[in-house]
Design a protein around this ligand. Structure first.
Ligand code: NAD
Length: 290
């Protein structure tokens, strides 16, 4: 396929490289990131999108997505598909989907889970919103960049799945970290805590697969001095998106709101910026009840 790829940062770079390595013709554009191996550089976003079968975007936020979409839609050929893999507001995805439909283009919101490691290894999970025809057209590309693509319904539903998943992740990570900090203070050793909870009803991905306590459970960022991994500021971004969506939809999400406030304090008032999101454990350990 002829593919345009816009946004070649930590995630987009390796995703575009994998598409090129699989034999697709990939033309890329980024304001600053270097061109990945096998990707031809375009001078502008519109040039990267011109006459492609599929255009993929992997950008920092919804405002940038909207401005890039406004730039590239006029150069995209009728019947081609814009696939946005960024994590953005549900509303931003639906607005770009409407603009695409008005221009005779397909649109998928296809945010990912799996992080930089998954992008490099081609093992991402895509959660996808949009019509069946566009999903079928982009399917072979999801297979190269990832191990699973779940079609979640119409436009915006991929973003809805992403922010709901990450709201659960933020809440369970905080619960796991505060429970470890409490267990420490009660004199329970961490290995015993892990052995019990990982096989009891308190288990979760946060504890079993990404244990925030160093030296316990499988290798995780805790074993690497809490270097990300998944940075606390990215978790904060996603928790803000879920709270904005909850406000717009009048959904009561008290735990999601508490998680947003805790990560906001951690990133903006404390030392969380640049640390993995599981560094909530040393944060809780250093604190008492007041
Ligand atoms: P990044 O900052 O490394 O990459 C974004 C790239 O977009 C940068 O290279 C930047 O130069 C480029 N860019 C910005 N504005 C542009 C424009 N107008 N035109 C062209 N290029 C432009 O970020 P990332 O870590 O690759 O994340 C990208 C998206 O993926 C974000 O929405 C993020 O929330 C999501 N995400 C990231 C991870 C992760 O672990 N990093 C995991 C899941 C989802």
């Amino acid at each position: 396929m002829q593919i345009g790829f816009i946004g070649l940062g930590n995630m987009g770079g390796p995703m575009a490289r994998n598409l090129a390595a699989a034999g697709h013709s990939v033309t890329g554009f980024d304001l600053s990131a270097p061109m990945p191996e096998g990707v031809t550089a375009a001078a502008t976003a519109a040039e990267a999108a011109d006459a492609r079968d599929v255009v993929i975007t992997m950008l920092p936020n919804g405002a940038i997505l909207k401005s890039v979409a406004a730039d590239i839609l006029p150069s995209m050929q009728a019947g081609s598909v814009l696939v946005d893999c960024s994590t953005v507001e549900v509303d931003a995805a639906r607005a770009v989907a409407a603009d695409c439909a008005a221009s005779g283009l397909g649109f998928l919101d296809a945010p990912v889970s799996g992080g930089v490691g998954g992008a490099a290894a081609g093992t991402l999970t895509f959660m996808v919103g949009g019509d069946d025809k566009s999903f079928e057209a982009a399917g072979p590309l999801f297979e190269i960049m990832g191990q699973k693509a779940v079609h979640c319904g119409g436009a915006g539903n991929g973003q809805a799945a992403k922010i709901c998943n990450n709201m659960i992740l933020g809440v369970t990570m905080i619960a796991t970290c505060e429970a470890f900090a409490l267990a420490d203070k009660l004199g329970l050793d961490r290995q015993s805590m892990f052995d019990v909870v990982s096989t009891s009803s308190g288990y979760s991905w946060s504890l079993n697969a990404y244990c925030p306590a160093p030296g316990v459970g499988p290798q995780s960022p805790a074993d690497n001095d809490y270097k990300p991994g998944f940075a606390a500021e990215l978790m904060l971004k996603d928790l803000r998106l879920s709270q904005a969506a909850a406000e717009a939809a009048d959904a009561d999400t008290p735990m999601g709101a508490a998680a947003r406030t805790l990560y906001e304090d951690f990133v903006e008032k404390e030392n969380g910026k640049g640390q993995d999101f599981s560094a909530m454990l040393p944060r809780f350990e250093q604190r008492g009840r007041s």
